[in-house]
Design a protein around this ligand. Sequence first.
Ligand SMILES: [Mg+2]
Length: 179
Amino acid sequence: MLEKYYPYEYARSVFAVDYKKLYEMGYRGLIFDLDNTLVHHGEPSTEKVDKLFAYLNKLGFRTILLTNNDEERVKLFITNIQTDYICDADKPDPSAYLKALERLGLPKEKTVSLGDQMFIDIIGANSVGIPTILVHYIKAPGEVWLGFKRYIEMAILFVYRRRKKYTHRLGNIIKRRKK
Ligand SMILES: [Mg+2]
Protein backbone atom coordinates (compact mmCIF):
# COMPACT_ATOMS: atom_id res chain seq x y z
CA MET A 1 0.00 0.00 0.00
CA LEU A 2 2.85 2.34 0.78
CA GLU A 3 4.88 1.11 -2.18
CA LYS A 4 3.76 3.93 -4.43
CA TYR A 5 5.61 6.33 -2.10
CA TYR A 6 8.85 4.35 -2.14
CA PRO A 7 11.68 5.86 -4.14
CA TYR A 8 14.17 3.65 -5.97
CA GLU A 9 16.89 5.32 -3.93
CA TYR A 10 17.30 7.90 -1.21
CA ALA A 11 20.06 10.52 -1.32
CA ARG A 12 21.15 13.10 1.23
CA SER A 13 21.26 15.68 -1.57
CA VAL A 14 21.38 15.95 -5.37
CA PHE A 15 25.15 16.19 -5.01
CA ALA A 16 25.40 12.74 -3.43
CA VAL A 17 24.26 10.95 -6.58
CA ASP A 18 26.84 9.31 -8.85
CA TYR A 19 25.52 10.59 -12.19
CA LYS A 20 28.42 9.10 -14.12
CA LYS A 21 27.30 5.67 -12.97
CA LEU A 22 23.72 6.41 -13.96
CA TYR A 23 24.96 7.39 -17.39
CA GLU A 24 27.00 4.23 -17.67
CA MET A 25 23.89 2.25 -16.75
CA GLY A 26 22.16 3.74 -19.78
CA TYR A 27 20.16 6.59 -18.26
CA ARG A 28 20.08 9.66 -20.47
CA GLY A 29 17.49 11.96 -18.95
CA LEU A 30 17.07 13.60 -15.55
CA ILE A 31 13.90 15.23 -14.28
CA PHE A 32 14.55 17.59 -11.38
CA ASP A 33 12.14 19.12 -8.96
CA LEU A 34 13.27 22.65 -8.14
CA ASP A 35 12.23 23.98 -4.74
CA ASN A 36 13.89 22.33 -1.74
CA THR A 37 15.51 19.80 -4.11
CA LEU A 38 18.08 21.98 -5.90
CA VAL A 39 17.90 25.10 -3.74
CA HIS A 40 15.72 26.32 -0.91
CA HIS A 41 12.21 27.37 -1.90
CA GLY A 42 12.23 30.56 -3.96
CA GLU A 43 16.00 31.03 -4.02
CA PRO A 44 18.20 31.59 -7.05
CA SER A 45 20.72 28.97 -8.09
CA THR A 46 24.07 28.53 -6.41
CA GLU A 47 27.49 28.07 -7.95
CA LYS A 48 27.42 24.45 -6.83
CA VAL A 49 24.12 23.80 -8.63
CA ASP A 50 25.33 25.64 -11.75
CA LYS A 51 28.42 23.44 -11.77
CA LEU A 52 26.32 20.32 -11.33
CA PHE A 53 24.23 21.13 -14.40
CA ALA A 54 27.35 21.96 -16.44
CA TYR A 55 28.73 18.58 -15.41
CA LEU A 56 25.50 16.76 -16.29
CA ASN A 57 25.43 18.41 -19.71
CA LYS A 58 29.06 17.41 -20.24
CA LEU A 59 28.27 13.81 -19.33
CA GLY A 60 25.58 13.87 -22.00
CA PHE A 61 22.40 13.99 -19.93
CA ARG A 62 19.30 15.78 -21.05
CA THR A 63 17.77 17.63 -18.10
CA ILE A 64 14.41 19.17 -17.39
CA LEU A 65 13.08 21.03 -14.37
CA LEU A 66 9.56 19.99 -13.47
CA THR A 67 8.00 22.38 -11.01
CA ASN A 68 4.58 23.39 -9.81
CA ASN A 69 5.97 26.87 -9.30
CA ASP A 70 5.58 29.57 -11.96
CA GLU A 71 7.78 30.79 -14.80
CA GLU A 72 8.99 33.85 -12.89
CA ARG A 73 10.40 31.54 -10.22
CA VAL A 74 12.14 29.31 -12.79
CA LYS A 75 13.66 32.32 -14.57
CA LEU A 76 15.14 33.51 -11.29
CA PHE A 77 16.77 30.14 -10.91
CA ILE A 78 18.16 29.28 -14.35
CA THR A 79 20.28 32.36 -15.07
CA ASN A 80 23.47 30.29 -15.39
CA ILE A 81 21.95 26.92 -16.26
CA GLN A 82 21.26 25.29 -19.59
CA THR A 83 18.17 23.22 -19.12
CA ASP A 84 14.66 22.75 -20.37
CA TYR A 85 11.85 23.30 -17.89
CA ILE A 86 8.13 22.89 -17.34
CA CYS A 87 6.51 25.25 -14.85
CA ASP A 88 2.99 25.12 -13.39
CA ALA A 89 3.38 21.37 -13.91
CA ASP A 90 0.49 20.14 -11.78
CA LYS A 91 2.53 17.37 -10.12
CA PRO A 92 1.82 14.70 -8.94
CA ASP A 93 -0.52 14.34 -11.92
CA PRO A 94 0.96 11.65 -14.19
CA SER A 95 0.48 13.95 -17.19
CA ALA A 96 3.21 16.24 -15.83
CA TYR A 97 5.70 13.36 -16.01
CA LEU A 98 4.52 12.16 -19.39
CA LYS A 99 5.00 15.68 -20.71
CA ALA A 100 8.52 15.80 -19.24
CA LEU A 101 9.42 12.50 -20.96
CA GLU A 102 8.04 13.81 -24.22
CA ARG A 103 10.10 16.98 -23.96
CA LEU A 104 13.22 14.97 -23.13
CA GLY A 105 12.45 12.71 -26.05
CA LEU A 106 13.28 9.71 -23.91
CA PRO A 107 11.45 6.64 -22.63
CA LYS A 108 10.82 6.24 -18.91
CA GLU A 109 13.41 3.44 -18.75
CA LYS A 110 16.18 5.89 -19.66
CA THR A 111 15.12 8.61 -17.27
CA VAL A 112 15.46 9.22 -13.54
CA SER A 113 13.35 11.67 -11.56
CA LEU A 114 14.67 13.47 -8.47
CA GLY A 115 12.66 15.36 -5.90
CA ASP A 116 12.25 16.09 -2.19
CA GLN A 117 8.58 15.22 -1.66
CA MET A 118 7.17 11.72 -1.48
CA PHE A 119 3.61 12.92 -1.91
CA ILE A 120 4.44 14.92 -5.02
CA ASP A 121 7.67 13.98 -6.74
CA ILE A 122 7.92 10.31 -5.85
CA ILE A 123 4.31 9.24 -6.18
CA GLY A 124 4.02 11.21 -9.45
CA ALA A 125 7.05 9.67 -11.16
CA ASN A 126 6.30 6.22 -9.75
CA SER A 127 2.81 6.38 -11.21
CA VAL A 128 4.23 6.45 -14.73
CA GLY A 129 7.11 4.07 -13.98
CA ILE A 130 10.03 6.49 -13.95
CA PRO A 131 12.77 5.46 -11.49
CA THR A 132 12.87 7.91 -8.60
CA ILE A 133 15.42 9.33 -6.20
CA LEU A 134 14.11 11.01 -3.07
CA VAL A 135 16.54 13.67 -1.93
CA HIS A 136 16.57 15.06 1.57
CA TYR A 137 14.76 18.42 1.44
CA ILE A 138 16.77 21.61 1.71
CA LYS A 139 15.91 23.68 4.73
CA ALA A 140 16.53 27.39 5.08
CA PRO A 141 19.28 28.20 7.58
CA GLY A 142 17.72 28.31 11.03
CA GLU A 143 14.47 26.73 9.87
CA VAL A 144 13.19 24.38 12.56
CA TRP A 145 9.48 24.02 11.96
CA LEU A 146 8.51 21.09 9.80
CA GLY A 147 5.19 20.69 8.07
CA PHE A 148 2.94 17.83 9.11
CA LYS A 149 3.59 16.05 5.80
CA ARG A 150 7.30 15.83 6.62
CA TYR A 151 6.53 13.73 9.70
CA ILE A 152 4.43 11.35 7.63
CA GLU A 153 7.26 11.17 5.10
CA MET A 154 9.73 10.33 7.86
CA ALA A 155 7.48 7.52 9.03
CA ILE A 156 7.17 6.09 5.52
CA LEU A 157 10.92 6.45 5.02
CA PHE A 158 11.49 4.53 8.24
CA VAL A 159 9.43 1.61 6.91
CA TYR A 160 10.93 1.91 3.39
CA ARG A 161 14.47 1.57 4.68
CA ARG A 162 13.63 -1.83 6.12
CA ARG A 163 12.10 -3.10 2.88
CA LYS A 164 15.26 -4.29 1.15
CA LYS A 165 13.34 -5.23 -1.96
CA TYR A 166 12.67 -1.54 -2.55
CA THR A 167 15.83 0.21 -1.42
CA HIS A 168 18.80 0.71 -3.75
CA ARG A 169 16.85 -0.34 -6.80
CA LEU A 170 19.30 1.61 -8.98
CA GLY A 171 22.30 -0.22 -7.58
CA ASN A 172 25.21 1.47 -5.91
CA ILE A 173 24.74 5.05 -7.07
CA ILE A 174 25.21 7.06 -3.87
CA LYS A 175 28.58 8.66 -3.34
CA ARG A 176 30.14 8.19 0.03
CA ARG A 177 30.42 11.13 2.34
CA LYS A 178 33.85 12.75 2.14
CA LYS A 179 35.71 12.31 5.38
MG1 LIG B 1 10.18 20.35 -3.88
